[in-house]
Design a protein around this ligand. Structure first.
Ligand code: ZN
Length: 137
């Protein structure tokens, strides 16, 4: 259930759980002053009574509380999904691709360098007509 922060006309701040249907209801502070919702710092409070239980996909255990979820996640070396994780994954793959490409380039370079001169000249003649850019670092 979302918790909303309120500010009353006398300057008191308080948090109050509000159901969706109650969002428009006028709120009153403990001092009796009228209060209004400030910004929307929405938090979700999950307690044992309304925790959505589920079967752990990694351990098959039935998870019925936040504590069990935390332990199960830890035991199976999992973390909650966050969008930033995907960015990191994408960056890691790009980095690995770049490293692999560099290794291939270095290997090709080394192979060509170690070729006997006549073979290298023959190769150079063969690739001359190809539409590729040959660069040397
Ligand atoms: Zn007040």
């Amino acid at each position: 259930m979302p918790v909303y922060e309120h500010l009353c006309e006398k300057g008191h701040k308080f948090d109050r759980y509000l159901k969706l249907a109650e969002l428009d209801h006028p709120q009153t502070c403990e001092c009796g002053g009228a209060a209004k919702r400030i910004i929307s710092p929405v938090m979700f409070s999950i307690d044992a009574t309304n925790f959505p239980s589920y079967e752990s996909p990694t351990t098959g255990r039935w998870i019925t509380s936040k504590t069990q979820r935390r332990e199960d996640m830890k035991a199976s070396n999992c973390v909650d999904y966050e969008p930033s994780l995907k960015d990191e994954q994408t960056k890691r793959i790009a980095r690995e691709d770049a490293e692999l490409e560099k290794k291939v380039d270095e290997h090709v370079e080394k192979t060509i360098y170690e070729m006997p001169a006549p073979k290298r000249e023959k190769l150079a003649a063969e690739v001359e007509h190809l539409d590729i850019a040959v660069t040397r670092a």
